[in-house]
Structure formats: C-alpha cells, structure tokens
Design a protein around this ligand. Sequence first.
Ligand SMILES: [Zn+2]
Length: 103
Amino acid sequence: MITSIEFKKEVLILAKEIGVEPREIHLRPMKRKWASCSSRGRLSFDKKLLNEPKEVRFKVILHELLHLKYPNHGRMFKTLLNTYFINLKKKIGSNDNGEIAEH
Ligand SMILES: [Zn+2]
C-alpha cells in the first residue's frame, strides 16, 4: 500500500511524461469506477487504488491523464494509451517498495 502523497507524486511524474498538467488531483472513495476526469483538468481517483499493484495504478493514471488530451475513447485514445503504457513501464521502473520511481 502507498500513501496518497506517493500516489499524487506518481500522477505528477506520469503527467510530465505525457506533457499534460492536471489542475487538481483528488483521492476519494468512488463507487463504480477507478477514476474520473473533468473537462477542466480535475482528476479524481478511488482511494482503493492505493492498495492496488503498480501496474494497475499506472494504467488507471495514464488513462485519466490521457483524457486531458483526448476526451473520448476513440481509436487514437486506445492506441496512445497502449503505447504510453508500454514505453513508460520500461522507462519508469519501480523501487523495492513497488513504488514508481523516476529514473
Ligand atoms: Zn476514460
């Protein structure tokens, strides 16, 4: 399990890689989904994500960050999500605690 501060740090590291700037990052209990993103750049993530393995967090964070560039789930969105996921997984490894660390 990681802390909400560590989680937000991960979001900011990935945001920098993608080249987007989330206005606000919130962690709160959510019922039906992992995360949401408003058109004004406010990202909300489910607190349960703090207990999830890095790969799951990574994919959810990337998904929401990419919405700051592409609001829909079109073909472009899916292709980019996969590309970013594969590339950034290689580029940003994890330390012994399973946290995302910048290399
Ligand atoms: Zn989405």
